[in-house]
Design a protein around this ligand. Structure first.
Ligand code: T5A
Length: 212
């Protein structure tokens, strides 16, 4: 636990179903009368949302991977100071759509940046703050891309190639293997009903909800 609150993050590759399942998680927390805030990365504050636009918008200029990494952490520093840390200090559940594990997956795995650089920035920006629980929605690249494709125009990340997304998935799974106490891997290739059953069971256990 961080202070009295609980920091829960949801991660996954493209088309894993984060947005869809986030709605379900919020319904669970509402039903259990658990006080929470819902936020996302990159983003979550006015400044961080502007950085999100810089990161996601397609552009002619090729973005240097280190510039991308620093923008992600700039947004995160603001998000932590303004939203995440105050909410945890108030004893709330912070439900965050992506966090630093996405940086390990996309900038570390996908862009193949030196992991020690990410670790260094993580330490400087977050200190010892880490998620208490990370729900990793894991789905095959083929299924994920087919689902993401249904949504219309692709953003700057979604335009990457299959090799990039394979590295992202491998990096997520490697993080989950390294930090089994933090991660719960959800098989997101299953039907929505089955996915949500898995999510509800993990959440209830972590939040000590007996009457789920
Ligand atoms: N990023 C982020 C970094 O590079 N570094 C970082 O440090 C951080 C924090 C934006 C991008 O930023 C990058 C990674 C990302 O590329 P995002 O907005 O979270 O991050 O990006 P998305 O991956 O696009 O997230 P979404 O939540 O919008 O999309 P999802 O996960 O694809 O979810 P969703 O719910 O829209 O599902 C897609 C479709 O699949 C269907 C849904 O109905 C929907 O149509 N679906 C299912 N269909 C059948 N069975 C199921 N089980 C289904 N689940 C969902």
């Amino acid at each position: 636990m961080n202070s009295q609150g609980c920091f829960i993050t949801v991660e996954g590759g493209e088309g894993a179903g984060k947005t869809t399942n986030m709605t379900f998680i919020k319904q669970c927390l509402d039903n259990w009368e658990v006080p929470y805030i819902h936020t996302r990365e990159p983003g979550g504050t006015e400044l961080a949302e502007q950085i999100r636009e810089l990161l996601l918008n397609k552009r002619d200029e090729k973005v240097a991977p280190t510039a991308e990494l620093l923008l992600v952490f700039a947004a995160r520093a603001q998000h932590l100071a303004e939203v995440i840390i105050p909410a945890l200090q108030q004893g709330k559940v912070v439900l965050c759509d992506r966090f630093t594990d996405a940086t390990y997956a996309y900038q570390g795995g996908g862009r193949q940046l030196d992991v020690s650089l990410i670790q260094d920035l993580e330490q400087r920006v977050q200190g010892t703050l880490r998620p208490d629980l990370t729900l990793l929605l894991d789905v095959s690249i083929e299924t994920g891309m087919a689902r993401a494709g249904q949504r219309g125009e692709l953003d700057r990340f979604e335009q990457e190639n299959i090799a990039f997304f394979n590295r992202v998935r491998e990096a997520y799974l490697a993080r989950a293997a390294e930090y089994p106490q933090q991660f719960a891997i959800i098989d997101a290739g299953k039907s929505l009903n089955e996915v949500q059953k898995q999510i509800k069971s993990v959440l209830a256990k972590r939040l000590n909800i007996s009457n789920e």
